[in-house]
Design a protein around this ligand. Structure first.
Ligand code: ATP
Ligand code: MG
Length: 689
């Protein structure tokens, strides 16, 4: 008896989905396959099938790269289950509570095991900026940088620290390899990092790296690891090629035999080695177990047309180390991917706006189109152009909502209530009040941290006369938040009403900012508690939207702008990749080492394979680089990236479009305007359907 929901799968996918569900244990499984071959889809079916065949959904741990991806996966599994089993299927899917990023799952597990490992269960999490602030605080306390003006700044200190933690490496080699200009400070840095770790522990806060580090430590203790591992019958991981050593250690610690473990990934899409991710995790996975893991490869691509796939395969084909090969598709197209050569980034922005609108005219919603780029700031001119023309867009992987000062202020209020020892949050909150300087804030925070009842300490604190009224107001609000008398999410509104007068004093545009905070309340409504809200938001904040156009509502049509890194796992009917030039892809920061060049090649491959029907690589002839300090910002005359297989692409020369304002030089006037070429091509594709 076959389940109907498996009918659409091909044989290899079905093998992976059904693996271990027919009794006799569930040995480790690796699905390794190229882009668009249905890995994520297979994983969703596998989760559904596991549940449908009797696995307890509360005992399934599902780890993906982003919260968005996790939510999509569980809702896909939910739909399959609902179709197969009706209402009860839907209920089962709702019990899939253990799904999210490695960091978020780590936070939840650590919370539970905190008392046993000397961690405060009310710990709060510092984002990168907060971590840097704490580093600065400690740096100041130690007097570093006072006499030695050239001592590295807080951001550099944090980068050095984080690199050492993630690579699980000693300080000296990390300095030697990546920060040679700081090598002379090794002793001071060591002292600083010791103090930084001490400060985090005293305050009951964890930074991002700590989440993995603590859990990896915990999983290194066989008794604990077995205890945690026994809570889950199945552990499934998507995008395994982008995990680092700590993440692999966690996985292997939880399930040393590999029983019930499924990992899925594509070695050709590994693009996070700059964050210490290592391709070895996926390559070594089969042999990490005895007997070795079962390996399933998928070779049929369902996403892209044959012409897009051919070009993408060509880009990656030259790459040295590769497990997954031979993708094929039966989606035939007459249209090759395009290389569109434009004069400069300004023209590139104009082209994108024109082209996106033309495609919309021809029936392709904005949501079916995406503009991808290497680094967040590369989309600047495009954003300006889109805003000017009122084309709504959402940007992934850019500045996060959470990074704006007013949102951080409000979250700090909640975090301080959650964990009164959290000094970065506390400092931020107390300093909002007029008349509270750093010394007073520091003194108050010392008292609060030492007090058994922090809210009483706040109330009793002798604030300076200038701040007396403000302090009384704060003490009342803080007491209310600590008391638990206001249910979640109304608590957020309570915090906001305390914050509002400060918002008005602090910013010139309080109305817009207030609207953001109200938007925050709708996000809060989806979280079960203050604690979960803070964890989710800190680890995976929502994306920034086009400020001028206003935040598009979810059901509205908008264009996606995304870094290639953040576009991982997703697909659109039409994709543009910006700045496909040497100096950008590959980046001019990495034109040195062969392994770095290979990562750049994979990055382009990931970008290209997001496209289903149409792919356009844009090549500005003049390209503005934000150079490193030594070289400065400059314009360079760019060459098309070395990775492009020209025979497989059509070339469109738009270098005379739009005409320069002074347009003295007329050129070959008999030719049709290139911009019209593109538009016609779009109509041919989408017009008749
Ligand atoms: P990536 O490497 O980019 O993460 P992937 O291997 O995870 O890609 P999916 O995103 O799961 O691929 O699937 C790509 C597309 O192919 C999706 O639109 C999916 O619905 C479709 N697809 C996958 N399997 C099948 C199938 N058996 N029949 C029809 N369509 C399929
Ligand atoms: Mg995927």
């Amino acid at each position: 008896m076959g389940a109907q929901y498996l009918d659409g799968l091909n044989d290899a996918q079905r093998l992976a989905v059904e693996h271990g569900t027919q009794g006799g244990g569930c040995p480790p499984l690796l699905v390794i396959a190229g882009a668009g071959s249905g890995k994520t889809n297979t994983l969703a079916h596998r989760v559904a099938h596991l549940v449908a065949t009797g696995a307890d959904p509360r005992r399934i741990l599902l780890m993906t790269f982003s919260r968005r991806a996790a939510a999509e996966m569980t809702s896909r599994a939910g739909r399959i289950l609902a179709r197969a089993l009706g209402e009860s299927g839907r209920a089962m899917a709702e019990a899939l509570q253990w799904s999210g990023t490695f960091h978020a799952m780590s936070a939840r597990l650590l919370r539970e095991y905190a008392p046993e490992i000397g961690l405060d269960p009310a710990f709060t999490i510092l984002d990168r900026e907060d971590s840097a602030d704490l580093m600065a605080l400690v740096r100041g306390e130690l007097g570093l940088g006072k006499t030695e003006k050239r001592f590295p700044m807080k951001g550099t200190c944090l980068s050095i620290y984080s690199r050492a933690v993630n690579a699980q490496d000693e300080l000296e080699p990390v300095l030697g390899r990546h920060f040679p200009w700081c090598a002379m400070w090794a002793d001071e840095l060591r002292g600083l990092f010791q103090a930084y770790v001490g400060a985090k522990q005293r305050q009951g806060v964890l930074d991002y790296d700590d989440l993995l580090l603590y859990l990896a430590q915990l999983c290194g203790e066989p008794a604990f690891a077995a205890h945690i591992g026994a809570r889950f019958d199945h552990v499934l991981v998507d995008e395994y090629q982008d995990t680092n050593r700590l993440q692999a250690a966690i996985l292997l610690g939880l399930k040393p035999s590999g029983e019930g473990v499924t990992v899925v990934g594509d070695d050709a899409q590994s693009i996070y080695s700059f964050r210490a991710a290592t391709i070895r995790n996926i390559l070594d996975f089969p042999s990490s177990f005895h007997p070795p893991a079962r390996v399933v490869t998928l070779e049929r691509n369902y996403r892209s047309t044959d012409t897009i796939l051919a070009a993408a395969n060509d880009v990656i084909g030259l790459s040295s180390e590769r497990f997954t090969k031979n993708l094929w598709t039966d989606r035939q197209s007459q249209e090759k991917p395009a290389i569109v050569v434009v004069r400069d980034e300004q023209a590139q922005a104009g082209f994108i706006a024109e082209s996106v609108l033309a495609q919309r005219e021809d029936g392709l919603a904005l949501k079916d189109q995406a503009v991808l780029f290497r680094t967040s700031h590369h989309s600047g001119p495009v954003e300006v152009e889109l805003t000017r023309r009122n084309i709504p867009f959402v940007k992934f992987g850019g500045l996060k909502f959470l990074e704006s000062a007013h949102v951080k202020d409000l979250l700090a209020v909640l975090r301080f209530a959650e964990n009164p020892r959290d000094r970065v949050a506390g400092f931020r909150v107390l300093r909002l009040m007029e008349g509270i300087g750093p010394a007073t804030a520091g003194k108050a925070l010392d008292l609060v941290a030492a007090a058994a009842v922090p809210e009483a300490a706040v109330e009793a604190f002798p604030a300076p006369p200038r701040a007396d009224r403000a302090w009384t107001d704060f003490a009342r609000a803080f007491g209310l938040l600590r008391s638990g008398a206001v249910p979640w999410p109304a608590e957020l509104a309570a915090a906001r009403s305390w914050y509002e007068p400060h918002l008005e004093r602090r910013f010139e545009d309080p109305e817009t900012r207030l609207a953001d905070l109200v938007q925050l309340e709708s996000i809060a409504a989806a979280a079960p508690s203050r604690q979960r809200f803070l964890v989710d938001l800190t680890l995976d904040p929502p994306d920034a939207t086009s400020a001028e156009a206003g935040a598009p509502l979810l059901d509205e049509d908008y264009l996606i702008l995304s870094t290639i890194h953040s576009a991982k796992g997703q697909e659109w009917r039409s994709v543009y990749v910006l700045n496909v030039v040497d100096g950008c892809i590959p980046s001019d920061m990495s034109t040195g080492r062969a392994d770095e060049i290979e990562e750049e090649r994979r990055l382009l491959y990931v970008g290209m394979t997001r496209a289903r029907d149409r792919l356009q690589l844009v090549v500005p002839q003049r390209f503005y680089t934000h150079g490193q300090a030594s070289r400065g910002d400059r314009h360079v005359y760019a060459a098309r990236t070395r990775f492009i297989p020209s025979a497989l692409l059509d070339r469109f020369d738009l270098t005379h479009w739009p005409k320069a304002p002074q347009a003295a030089e007329e050129g070959r006037s008999g030719e049709p305007r290139p911009a019209i070429d593109i538009a016609a091509r779009m109509r041919a594709m989408w017009g008749t359907g």
